[in-house]
Design a protein around this ligand. Sequence first.
Ligand code: PLP
Length: 403
Amino acid sequence: MLDGFAGLWCVNIGYGRSEVIEAAQRQMSKLPYASSFFGFANEPALQLAEELVRLSPESLQHVFFTLGGSDAVDSTLKTIRYFFNVTGRPEKKHVIGLERGYHGVSSTGAGLTGLTSCHRFFDLPLPNQHHIPSHYRYRSSYGVTDAEIISGSVAALETKVTDLGGSEKVAAFFCEPVQGSGGVIVPPEGWLAAMRDACAKLDILFVVDEVITGFGRTGQLFACDWERVEPDIMIIAKGLTSGYSPMGAVLMNDEIYRALVDKVPRDLPFAHGFTYTGHPVSAAVALACLEIYERERLPENSKVVGAHLLNGLDALREHPWVGDVRGKGLLAAIELVANRETRESFDPRLNVSQLVRRKAYENGLIVRAFSDNVIGLAPPLVVGEGDIDQMLDRLARAICAAQ
Ligand code: PLP
């Protein structure tokens, strides 16, 4: 089998990497568990925090460890609430995300997610959670040029903030640098920086969810690096440990961290954290992964081989079902449509993307089928062009077989 989706877009270093397995074994023998609370810490977690601060955008100076992405999003939402409460701005409660955005499944993050399937029957979104349209060019709410999509998104954010009562009532805007579970939707160049600037002007926090895009997936270590964007908070998981062990993290700026530490009564510290916060085995795994990313220049490989993948997917446009092709680095998708001229979608009851996924599996290729007939590809970042050619061949045959 060729894994064209790196597990659940997380096994960025590929499978069977003995140095990571040995790092976990060594750490388990030395110290399998240590609490990160009540005055304790452990060496791998401290070292990992330092490395993450070194590697991430300069604005991010502090790290809070979680077990994965969903609890990192939930921890972020709690941190933001706490930050504005202890700094005397308790009215700042609304949060804004993007339609088609995905921010995990916690009872707070799932509401911030902009997919109705994650809301229905869960009583979500919460009353303080709001969405603006995605920058989805193929089915655009804003126009089709880069400039229209960027200015439309900024205007939509400004209008939403105004409608919610102004900056005094709004805490933060959340986005993924490339929308993942919403169907691999890549914004135009300049979009992320423009949204960051808009948030600064609006005096709301800019939170980037790099759970998928982090650790080389789009061709830079972090997708923020493409436009030198400096977020107030960055959420990471998946590629942090490449799926070898669960871990996520919230990286934050100094102002937020200082508020959590300095602005609270000494007898009432920031009461948030998990038994497995800063787990030493996961931290040792993450450190071993970071070494591999750097030594093997996996972000660079993702950029180069990702361009080859996108070219190959473009060639699939010859097939009458292939309506849109999009991607950045080794994060890509095709959107299958019933009619390319009108962009009419297939009847969902036909389950076309699931059919293609199954045919691909029979051909020895794992891909992800999204709703709306999108097929996603996100292979491990260690792939070469030859692996991609094989994947493309198997995918092309799967589409033909599904017809
Ligand atoms: N945020 C994004 C952008 C994600 O893609 C995901 C998971 O796919 C999450 C958050 C949630 O992460 P987890 O599944 O580790 O809880």
